[in-house]
Design a protein around this ligand. Structure first.
Ligand SMILES: [Zn+2]
Length: 364
């Protein structure tokens, strides 16, 4: 399969195309913007522009360069995706292993171009930094330039992990070889290592408009979505195709769990028993799942609070949360916010929820 088309971001495309044709494309670009909005896809679009034999305002899509990029097979294009820490002991073997893991990750995206976010534990570690340095020193094979796309650049190796690898990478970003372009992508520029951020020219992508999200889902999702599901996804996507594709389902699941938990916490006499069941059945396989549930919990309370104050809630409020005291709801939201903060540290989710359930039961 080849990559799906790039949706929206016309102003960013125009600026990049202009800079490229004027020979003024920065060598280190940092693309930032909300999750799932198409940052890495835009980076691939730029790579296609760079390798296209007849680029205009857009890459032609037909030439060899274009086809190699779209098939994720261009030998001078290096798409670095966060990977698990290599297991090998010595540095040389780690680099080999990292290269293999990255190739696998790219291959997965080739097979499923509408890929999800990387695993929470995956990083651009020391081995990746070394791999980039090694590849950056090579002569381009096919094109006249090498392009490195570093997705989720927040996960780049910090100085403390390996001063030597981090410094090599920073030096590379400071003085990239003339035939090399680095495109880093990150959701939040503030989460990036300051030393990396200061070396890149920023390009901020905004949210897509609803028609762009809708048009994309209609043309790219196979089998097509039901009308009602399509409408719902467009509404909840908040201008992010990634969110429309993968997070809507996760969000629905998190909400179900949150409501079940609240229902149990507020169940009066049956509380202990219900709570025990809720806590037991929740296999929090990933930290993101747990924080997603807490977030959904806060949203449900915020909806109930809006309804209690005769404002329009964002989502339907279940019966057991209706007509609660707004002041109590506000205290409950604070408790959840504190739990969310605590959840960022190293806590046991079950234990945290058990305490929170008690507190919510007493408050509401
Ligand atoms: Zn082309």
């Amino acid at each position: 399969m080849t990559m799906h088309p790039l949706a929206g971001h016309y102003e960013a495309r125009r600026r990049l195309a202009h800079a490229l044709s004027a020979g003024r494309l920065p060598q280190v670009i940092l693309v930032t913007g909300p999750r799932g909005v198409g940052k890495q896809r835009l980076a691939l679009w730029l790579a296609q522009m760079i390798y296209c034999e007849q680029p205009g305002k857009e890459p032609c899509g037909e030439c060899r360069g274009c086809r190699l990029v779209l098939g994720l097979g261009h030998p001078d294009l290096h798409w670095m995706i966060p990977i698990p820490r290599p297991k090998a002991g010595d540095a040389a073997k780690q680099i080999e292993e990292a290269a293999e893991l990255v190739a696998q990750a790219v291959d997965e995206r080739r097979k499923a171009p509408l890929y999800g976010p990387p695993d929470g534990m995956a990083i651009h570690g020391v081995a990746i930094a070394r791999l980039i340095a090694r590849r950056a020193s090579l002569t381009p094979v096919e094109g006249h330039r090498k392009v490195f796309i570093v997705g989720d650049a927040e996960r780049l190796v910090p100085q403390e992990a390996s001063p030597e690898a981090a410094n090599a990478l920073l030096k590379l970003l400071e003085e990239p070889p003339e035939d090399t372009v680095f495109i880093l992508t990150a959701e939040d520029p503030k989460a990036l290592l300051p030393t990396v951020r200061s070396r890149a020219v920023p390009l901020r992508l905004g949210r897509l408009d609803r028609d762009e999200v809708r048009g994309f889902l209609e043309s790219q999702v196979d089998p097509p979505l039901d009308r009602a599901i399509l409408d719902e996804r467009v509404a909840l996507a908040e201008g992010s195709i990634g969110r429309a594709l993968w997070e809507v389902e996760d969000a629905a699941q998190a909400r179900n769990r949150a409501l079940e938990f609240l229902d149990a916490a507020l169940a009066g006499d049956d509380r202990v028993q219900l709570m025990e069941r809720v806590l037991k059945q929740a296999p929090w396989s990933a930290r993101g799942e747990f924080s997603g549930m807490l977030e959904a919990l806060g949203e449900a309370l915020s909806d109930a609070s809006r309804a209690a104050l005769a404002q329009e809630p964002r989502r339907a409020v279940p019966g057991f949360l209706n007509r609660r005291d707004p002041a109590a709801l506000s205290r409950a939201m604070n408790l959840v916010a504190e739990a969310e903060e605590a959840a960022k540290g190293n806590v046991n989710p079950q234990l945290l929820l058990a305490v929170l359930g008690e507190q919510l039961g007493a408050t509401l």
